[in-house]
Design a binder for this molecule. Sequence first.
Ligand code: APR
Length: 240
Amino acid sequence: MSKIETVVDWLLSSNKTVVLTGAGMSTESGVPDFRSASGWWTKTDPQKVATVDALETNYPLFHEFYSMRIQLLEKCAPHKGHYILADWEKKGILHHLATQNVDGFHSQAGNKKVDELHGSIYTFRCHSCGKSATKEAFLAMESCAHCNGRLRPNVVLFGEMLPDKAWMSALSNIQRADVVIVIGTSLEVYPVNQLPMMTKGKKVYINKEMVSHATYFDCILEGKAKEVLMELNEQLEKRG
Ligand code: APR
């Protein structure tokens, strides 16, 4: 039996399937990931743009990095793989989705049960007083209308706590899952990289490159997210 058929068997007999995604889920939409050869962190030092220190001590560079990512995302859209996952939720094949991605593509494609573990790049707040702010105000580099503080996107910066509700939801769903499918993440970043090990269920890893610590997965499907999801979907449809 092929690996694809094995995973399809697991999906069809699972009462609770959870998907966990990373930046590799969106590269086929034209959005760079972080640690691949063409990733953001090969060109920019994350310490200089994705930390609170960067926000507080070098706001122009922080602002430029996130403005550029926001403008790039305006030209990108979910791909077939995102739509397959949304279809699986509608069909009761997928029960919950957690993502490290801030691009909102899973919700845009139609998934309703989505935990955004690293926040969203589409909403903004004042870093000082926490009051919400608009994208236009952030892009125009305006100060907070309430306290004159610096505006930032609601993404989790390195060293910051993850949103508690999203974390607890992802953790409890993964702990109770029969199948966890991890797609397009290097599993380099704590604490999300701990989640796959929290399940008692079958663990599947779909990734373009193999990473050393992927050995604890029950099945590894090496390949591109969209292509592998299309193969799985084709087999699922054959099984009716
Ligand atoms: N299909 C499958 N895998 C892919 C694809 C693709 N089309 N494109 C890239 N990949 C793989 C890469 O080989 C890499 O192993 O996806 C993985 C992406 O890993 P990272 O770039 O490290 O992204 P991610 O794991 O999501 O990073 C986690 O780090 O910088 C922070 O907050 C940021 O959420 C991000 C977190």
